[in-house]
Design a protein around this ligand. Structure first.
Ligand code: ASP
Length: 375
């Protein structure tokens, strides 16, 4: 909670909004298409990756605070999620998302994002989008203004231009450019694009993490934010600059439904940060939501998905000396009852939540002990 918005004001504002919402009709207005009938009353809740309560983009609120405040002042649930992740997209200090995100191997910032609206049963996404600071807003525009789900690359940018978004030549900041040049210095470009080159690239990146030049959460980094609104409405958004120094055109899990994000209005929401390929191989967000549909608590649902990831991780270069995955993967999960969990492969990660009690960073529950790099 920041100084200018006291905790008491925050809680009072949220409580008033809750009262207003409780008195609201059960049929939600304002959605495109048929109005959605929501029968469940719930306490409002926002869950996000830990960077959702670290950056403020020069403003007063972090992503979870912003999303919660919007949600409890009557905003549409997905509007609230996107308003939240916009904070990280616009903050140049968050080098894992949006403007100032770490670029690909050619020094170009390429962004992926998806969003999903529970009551509307619609979703939108963009991948490998260049030049727009807020890819989550473009993903939402795909959802709202087209009959498609996913636009990619130059054509996603053309769509964004047509929708009135500002297109910039370069989304690098001095920091992201300096770090990319350091990575170039540490890698051997002659091996491009073989597996040995991938290994060398990851080694160079991890050596930059070890040297304190970037933190692990920004080598792989993203923001996922999911929300449960006062009338039980559920939505989520995921947005990222993807794996740092990726091969140009590489798309991770973030814009892929069922991987980086999945929402089902009857069940709940799940989203992820971490090694996208491991998530894509197992479509974990979908698996987690389906596990919850069968009655599992968010924590158990996500642990089950991580067990699947561990079982399906067999390539030697992805295993540490203990034979366990040598990467991080985290899921942020909530259900319609307002239960939630942040669950990671290893116990070194946090996640953010915001409820009527204010924002908090909490430790993730973990599947494994030790660290990803354990010898
Ligand atoms: N999951 C994202 C990707 O693989 C990046 C991350 O969260 O680290 O693109």
């Amino acid at each position: 909670m920041n100084e200018r918005l006291s905790r008491r004001d925050f809680v009072r504002g949220a409580a008033l909004a809750g009262v207003a919402a409780a008195a609201a009709p059960e049929v939600l207005q304002g959605f495109a298409g048929a109005p959605a009938v929501i029968t469940r009353a719930a306490r409002s809740l926002v869950i996000a990756s830990a960077n959702g309560h670290r950056y403020r983009a020069g403003g007063r609120q972090t992503a979870v605070e912003k999303a919660f405040a919007s949600l409890t002042s009557g905003a549409d649930v997905l509007e609230a999620c996107v308003a939240g992740v916009n904070v990280n997209e616009l903050d140049p200090e968050d080098t894992s998302v949006g403007y100032g995100g770490l670029p690909n191997a050619e020094g170009v910032v390429q962004l992926d994002s998806s969003c999903m609206h529970g009551p509307k049963k619609r979703a939108g996404a963009v991948a490998a989008l260049e030049g727009v600071r807020t890819p989550s807003l473009v993903a939402k525009a795909v959802m709202e203004h087209t009959d498609h789900h996913l636009l990619v690359g130059k054509d996603a940018q053309r769509f964004a231009r047509q929708m009135g978004f500002t297109i910039e030549d370069d989304l690098n900041t001095d920091t992201s450019r300096r770090l990319w040049l350091e990575w170039k210095r540490r890698t051997d470009p002659e091996h491009f694009p073989g597996k040995s080159r991938s290994d060398a690239a990851v080694r160079a990146g991890l050596s930059m993490v070890a040297d304190g030049l970037i933190d692990a959460e920004h080598f792989w980094g993203t923001i996922n934010l999911d929300a449960l609104g006062p009338r039980g409405e559920i939505a989520g958004a995921t947005t990222t600059s993807g794996l740092a120094w990726k091969i140009p055109g590489r798309v991770g899990d973030s814009p892929i439904l069922g991987a980086g994000l999945y929402v089902d209005q009857d069940v709940g929401a799940a989203g992820s940060t971490g090694r996208g390929e491991a998530n894509l191989y197992n479509l974990c967000s979908f698996l987690i939501v389906e596990n919850m549909r069968r009655g599992m608590h968010p924590k158990d649902a996500a642990l089950d998905a991580l067990r699947r990831v561990q079982k399906n991780t067999v390539e030697k270069h992805l295993l540490n000396a203990r034979g366990l995955p040598n990467f991080g993967l985290v899921f942020y999960v909530l259900n319609g009852k307002g239960e939630y969990a942040g669950v990671s492969l290893y116990p070194d990660r946090q996640y953010a939540v915001c409820t009527e009690n204010g924002p908090q960073l909490l430790d993730c529950d973990a599947l494994l002990t030790g660290t990803a790099s354990d010898a």
